[in-house]
Design a protein around this ligand. Structure first.
Ligand code: GDP
Length: 442
């Protein structure tokens, strides 16, 4: 995401970083480049103007000009200001503490409403909620069916009344249904149109008045840049939306919508949708996004992904095993499998500091086949072999290679990796012991 913008900004800032002292002219030249990059990224021109003025003013201040690392100071200022235009802090969903919570999802056709409705439901369910989805799009052929399919895929019930009843009535009935069935969050999927029209807006306003939603979330396709911002302005005028979910940012190389919305409509981006799969939705953190754009990585998101994917009990057991050096191939396999739960490795690589912007790594595909091969090899071993890999001799290696459809060479390679890993662990655990003895580190 945002590759084009990222590349350009990083290039400009790299030139500043290399300088020992910055002159006013250096800053001027750099800011012209930054301005061009932002305009090319389709960021709203008013936003760009304010941004450049702020960065310039701060960059020409004493702390920067007289600092020993002026280039780095400017990078920090750019980071801060990027964060500011995106809204600074994360904006969480608002729930009704005393009653059923209602979310109304709206947006143009194709923005990704139905998909995001499913994703949100999955997330809420994981958090222990009991969501209900409501099919209020009675105009688009197959919209109801699509929501039902999405609902089934995340195992969340869908309330529908066909396409002969008005959406307002459907919403009203859904509220009764939720009360009766003990649902605590109701997500209403409304109709979209190809373009904004008064009929649609009036219908949405009626649903809003009937339901009084806790959140009115507008789905915007990030790839449409400033058009998305215009759509946001109109929806906000009619509906007074409470937040935005920005979709398809996996395909958005420019970032214009993400960087403009907050400033133009003064409503927070609450989530970003980063793919078609049901778990590809993330809370929007302006600070982390600014870091990603500047190639500074997003370590916090990696940790959260890992926390979501790894089983805590297993992790603790593994930790114990590592300490006592009992780590065997069975553990190795279970670790691999948990890593796969974190999602595509390419997504994760992008968040690692220094890797996101690394030209040499651009286009590098993590070899997921290699992971599958490793898995197949371990699965072709007997339990005894997995628990005690030292018994794997030549003939066993041949058998394992044949069983996994790989080669003896690949089996050897894996066993070597395992050995290396064990050695590393030995080092870690002895280092830790030393630390404890000295009363440090611990
Ligand atoms: P709706 O008309 O607003 O309900 O839009 P849909 O939910 O049907 O989505 C329209 C298309 O966009 C579908 O093909 C989705 O799979 C796709 N889509 C939705 N969200 C994303 C996303 O975050 N990334 C990508 N790449 N595709 C998405």
């Amino acid at each position: 995401m945002f590759e084009n913008l990222s590349d350009k900004l990083q290039n400009t800032l790299k030139k500043l970083r290399g300088k020992g002292k910055l002159t006013e002219k250096d800053i001027d030249v750099a800011m012209k480049e930054v301005k061009m990059s932002l305009l090319e990224a389709d960021v709203n021109y008013k936003v760009v103007k304010t941004f450049i003025n702020n960065v310039k003013e701060r960059s020409l201040g004493h702390e920067v000009m007289e600092s020993l690392t002026p280039g780095q100071q400017v990078v920090k200022i750019v980071h801060d200001e990027l964060m500011k235009i995106m809204g600074e802090a994360e904006s969480k969903l608002k729930f009704n503490p005393n009653d059923i919570t209602y979310f109304m999802m709206c947006g143009l056709q194709g923005a990704g409403k139905t998909t995001a409705t499913g994703k949100l439901a999955k997330k809420l369910k994981k958090d222990g909620k009991r969501p209900l989805l409501v099919a209020c799009d009675i105009y688009r052929p197959a919209a109801i069916k699509q929501l039902e399919v999405v609902g089934a895929s995340v195992d969340v019930p869908v309330f529908a009344m066909g396409d002969k009843v008005s959406p307002v009535t459907i919403a009203k009935e859904a509220m009764k249904h939720a009360l009766k069935h003990g649902n605590d969050v109701v997500i209403i999927d409304t109709a979209g149109r190809l373009h904004i029209d008064d009929d649609l807006m009036n219908e949405l306003v009626q649903i809003k008045e009937e339901v009084k939603p806790d959140e009115i979330l507008l789905l915007l396709d990030a790839m449409t840049g400033q058009d998305a911002v215009k759509v946001a302005e109109t929806f906000n005028k009619y509906l007074e939306i409470t937040g935005v979910i920005l979709t398809k940012i996996d395909g958005d190389a420019r970032g214009g919508a993400a960087l403009s919305i907050r400033n133009v409509v003064d409503k927070p981006i609450k989530f970003v949708s980063v793919g078609e799969k049901m778990d590809q939705i993330e809370p929007f953190y302006p600070d982390r996004m600014a870091s990603r754009i500047l190639g500074m990585g997003d370590v916090l998101s990696i940790i959260e992904k890992a926390q979501g994917a790894f089983d805590e009990k297993q992790a603790l057991e593994l930790q114990k095993k590592l300490k006592t050096q009992e780590f065997n191939l069975e553990d190795f396999l279970s670790q691999l499998q948990q890593m796969k739960n974190m999602g595509p490795l390419d997504d994760i690589l992008e968040m690692i500091p220094g890797l996101g912007g690394n030209k040499k790594l651009k286009g590098l595909k993590v070899d997921e086949n290699e992971m599958k091969r490793t898995e197949a090899i371990i699965q072709s071993m007997t339990k005894r072999e997995r628990l005690n890999p030292t018994i794997i001799n030549g003939s066993r290696r041949k058998r394992i290679a044949a069983g996994s459809g790989t080669s003896v060479q690949k089996v050897n390679q894996l066993l070597k990796q395992y050995d290396e890993m064990k050695k590393m662990m030995k080092k870690f655990s002895s280092m830790e012991k030393m630390g404890k003895k000295k009363g440090g580190m611990g």
